[in-house]
Ligand binder design. Structure first.
Ligand SMILES: [Mn+2]
Length: 375
């Protein structure tokens, strides 16, 4: 069977205030086009449909229509990411189910929708929507796990959740898991660069048992294979979402899977979104390079002293400019704070120490909030 894996659409995301709805419409149509030409049997969307837990009606229209377009080709399975409202997704789930789109907002036990069996494909799909540090105990309760086992850390509990979801899977079926989480050692993209490298708020890839044919992950925006004896991948976001992602090639994955074998994965690049680029130099140098910008969203780093109208001159020459910063101010800022080299967790730790109120519990809460707010 053939599976399309995508994630982190972040419909509704703007770039420095500028609307990207047309790009989202275009890239999601491109994905539906791939589903059609490749004749996929199943599409998996591994979380962060939306950029916000309260998306605008326009964002909702784009996402629901995209899911229904994919469902015209084959069944679609969607889980909530940390940006999605689990309750909102669960609320529309019965309607989307009528269009053969299965949506799960909150973790469920295997018998209550946590594992979807697609009879016609001989396929089992375990669903693991985003679970926060705060939500993990509740998720474990839902799974009916022994309360004594709740004493472990986040990653131990996550391991139990994955085990509970996958224990009934046998070699006769194609066994899939869709999750929205951070795996240790994965490379982060730009937007979420600092957020997940600290604390124990990630899982080792070893939590995924070897009898899974394929693990479809979302959360990190860079497309990548995770070191594992099986086949574990992040699909990455279909658009470059922030300037930290300018080097990322965006795409989706098409996966060939058969019972009892690790899946074969093909990367399919997407081209519908506009590029994000950074141009640096003096005003003259930048004006001379204006044509390079094309239709990209542009961040301009100017090697000039601050003066009235400077940013307007740049914006006039390069209409795609979404941000103008002065290199000098940027350098001073970096030298002063060296903040770019600190993770938010480290910066917060330093701040607490400076204030004489260091407290690991507060730092853990900070890490949890950061994780929920980022990626
Ligand atoms: Mn995301």
């Amino acid at each position: 069977m053939r599976i399309l894996h995508t994630s982190d659409w972040h419909v509704g995301r703007r770039i420095r205030g500028r609307d990207r709805s047309d790009e989202h419409r275009a890239v999601l149509a491109e994905i539906a086009g791939v589903a059609d030409t490749q004749q996929v049997d199943l599409t998996l969307v591994a979380g962060d449909l939306f950029d916000s837990s309260a998306p605008t009606p326009v964002a909702e229209e784009i996402a629901w229509r995209a899911l229904l377009a994919l469902a015209e080709v084959s069944p679609v399975v969607v889980i909530a990411g940390n940006h999605d409202s689990p309750a909102r997704l669960d609320a529309v789930a019965p309607l989307l189910a009528m269009g053969r789109v299965t949506v799960v907002g909150t973790p469920r036990s295997p018998g209550d929708g946590g594992v979807v069996f697609i009879d016609s494909l001989g396929t089992k799909v375990a669903l693991l929507p985003f679970v926060s540090q705060r939500g993990i105990v509740r998720a474990a309760d839902i799974m009916g796990l022994d309360p004594d086992q709740h004493s472990g850390k986040y990653q131990e509990r996550m391991q139990l959740l994955v085990a509970a979801l996958t224990e009934e899977m046998t070699p006769e079926t194609v066994n899939l898991l869709v999750g929205h989480l951070t795996v240790f050692g994965a490379e982060t993209g730009g937007g979420e660069r600092h957020a997940h490298t600290v604390f124990d708020y990630a899982v080792p890839s070893a939590v995924f048992p070897g009898h899974l044919s394929y693990v479809a992950l979302g959360h990190l925006h860079r497309q990548q294979k995770i070191p594992h004896a099986g086949s574990v991948w992040y699909a990455g976001s279909p658009l470059q979402l922030d300037f930290g992602e300018v080097e990322d090639r965006k795409g989706i994955l098409v996966v060939e899977a058969s019972p009892g074998l690790p899946a074969q994965v093909t990367t399919i690049p997407l081209s519908a979104g506009r590029r994000l680029i950074t141009i640096k130099g003096t005003l003259d140098q930048i004006l001379a390079r204006a044509d390079e910008a094309g239709d990209a969203h542009v961040r301009v780093e100017l090697a000039e002293k601050a003066s009235v109208g400077l940013a307007d001159t740049v914006r006039e020459a390069i209409p795609g400019t979404v941000e103008v910063v002065l290199e000098e101010a940027e350098t001073t800022r970096k030298a002063h704070h060296a903040r770019r080299t600190l993770t938010p967790g480290d910066a917060f730790h330093r701040y607490l120490e400076e204030k004489g109120v260091a407290d690991p519990a507060v730092e853990r809460l900070f890490a949890e909030l950061l994780d929920e707010a980022s990626a």
